[in-house]
Design a protein around this ligand. Structure first.
Ligand code: HEC
Ligand code: HEC
Ligand code: HEC
Ligand code: HEC
Length: 345
């Protein structure tokens, strides 16, 4: 890792949002998780048990939250309505003309705000496949798009708010975050079955296995998105990561600062890319490594790092368009070790 240039660490309390960060959803455009339940019962039950849903009740009560709230001068009870937390932790909708927080991370956090498509999606005069096609065209994030759905996860899971990490001690990214594991455990709610010869899918009461070709695509596109989002986050770093003696600064919780935590992820991802490239050759991986080689991860280098992030996100899109996963049997030995992630609550 390259060293950073500025030597003074300035921790300020500015929590305002700006370009490049995950935008909060507009409460007017959300209809809420309860609006999906009637037609998607199995998915709703599965979601209810996940930390995405249970944190709605739990987050504001936790000791870690209380400590963060104190540092940020927010009342813990105000966390569920504070935009800088809501944009990643909660779902808001507008009820009786007032924006209200009605769930944790929920259906629309991942499938997109649905006010613009729920009507077509629910229209009984259309065939099921038409309903899905029309709503996808109107903005529903359909999970068939590996690119879109992968990007959605990383927008929240790579934390893009420097002061939240440096000042309040929020994790920059979970220690054991491995995309395919996190995707295929408690978050998974695929109960639809495509039977050969049938146009529409049928419902099963058992969650379905993710096909191996799709797992390969998820793993490989996940790495590209992870890199793109981490670079985007680094581009936003302003605090100097080293002290006067040139040593990496440690935060009160023992972690390195935001920029360094993310820069270490870049180092790890480079190794993951190399491991993949030893087993198979992916043009978008080759190019991403070239982009990285020419890049200096210094604070103040925002424009260049942002451009690299944008290029790598494009490569992720191209990768998903160009491949089906059939061609990557060579990485199955990597995937074998990745256990589905369930939170320990
Ligand atoms: C009035 C019924 C109805 C409501 C309400 C509804 N859906 Fe659907 N949805 C369907 C039907 C029917 C399909 C086609 C698949 C099937 O047969 O279940 C579908 C398919 C989907 C799919 C794609 C599945 C696939 O593989 O094709 C997603 C994603 C989805 N719905 C999300 C949502 C979300 C999120 C909400 C709430 C904001 C919602 N739906 C509300 C009826 C509904
Ligand atoms: C960019 C998205 C993002 C923002 C903004 C955000 N969080 Fe988080 N937060 C996360 C994710 C993702 C996790 C889960 C990390 C994990 O599982 O390790 C998390 C975890 C937490 C935890 C658990 C941490 C722990 O040590 O166990 C707390 C507490 C928390 N967030 C509070 C907040 C508060 C308070 C705010 C607003 C001031 C906030 N978060 C804003 C994404 C975000
Ligand atoms: C954390 C993000 C996330 C949340 C929250 C979420 N989904 Fe999904 N949803 C996904 C992903 C990812 C898939 C594709 C899973 C796969 O690849 O097997 C999916 C698949 C689906 C499908 C298609 C299932 C199938 O068998 O093909 C439907 C329908 C759906 N979700 C509806 C919902 C509803 C309703 C909710 C809320 C109760 C919800 N989702 C919450 C991410 C999410
Ligand atoms: C809107 C922001 C957001 C999106 C989108 C999102 N997550 Fe999360 N996720 C969170 C937050 C916040 C937590 C922590 C919840 C808590 O424990 O308070 C979390 C927790 C989790 C957990 C539980 C982790 C643990 O330590 O228990 C898993 C697994 C997970 N997310 C996977 C995913 C996957 C896979 C996707 C995409 C399909 C996704 N998430 C999309 C915000 C998000």
């Amino acid at each position: 890792m390259k060293c950073f240039s500025i030597l003074l660490v300035i921790l300020t309390g500015n929590l305002s949002l700006s370009l490049g960060q995950r935008a909060p959803q507009n409460p007017v455009e959300n209809v809420g998780a309860e609006s999906c339940r009637d037609c998607h019962e199995e998915m709703s039950f599965a979601w209810e048990k996940s930390a995405h849903a249970t944190s709605f009740e739990e987050l504001a009560k936790g000791d870690a939250t209380k400590k963060m709230a104190e540092i940020l001068s927010i009342k813990p009870s105000a966390i569920p309505t504070t935009v800088s937390c809501v944009r990643c932790h909660y779902t808001q909708e507008t009820l009786a003309s007032v924006a209200q927080t009605t769930a944790g991370v929920s259906c629309e956090s991942c499938h997109g705000s649905s006010a613009g498509w729920i009507e077509e999606h629910s229209r009984k005069s259309l065939s099921r496949s038409e309903r899905v096609d029309y709503s996808t065209r109107l903005g529903m994030a359909h999970p068939d798009s590996i690119h879109k759905i992968t990007k959605t996860c990383y927008e929240c899971h790579v934390v893009d708010d420097e002061q939240l990490v440096n000042m309040a001690g929020h994790p920059a990214i979970s220690d054991d975050f491995e995309f395919l594991s996190w995707y295929s455990g408690e978050v998974k709610h695929n109960f639809l079955v495509q039977k050969a010869g049938k146009k529409t899918k049928s419902h099963s009461s058992d969650p379905q296995e993710i096909p191996q070709t799709r797992k390969r695509m998820l793993y490989l596109s996940g790495k590209l998105h992870h890199l793109a989002h981490t670079l985007k986050a680094i581009a936003r770093a302003k605090d100097a990561p080293v002290d006067r003696e040139g040593k990496f600064v440690r935060l009160e919780n023992g972690q390195y600062t935001y920029a360094v935590q993310h820069a270490l992820v870049v180092e790890k991802l480079k190794k993951d890319f190399d491991t993949v490239q030893q087993k198979t050759s992916i043009p978008q991986y080759t190019e991403a490594l070239v982009v990285l080689r020419g890049l200096s991860l210094q604070t103040g280098n925002q424009r260049e790092i942002d451009a690299a992030a944008a290029r790598i996100e494009e490569l992720a899109g191209e990768f998903c368009e160009d491949h089906s996963g059939k061609e990557f049997a060579a990485i199955d030995s990597i995937l074998k070790g990745l256990e589905p992630k369930f939170s320990d609550q």
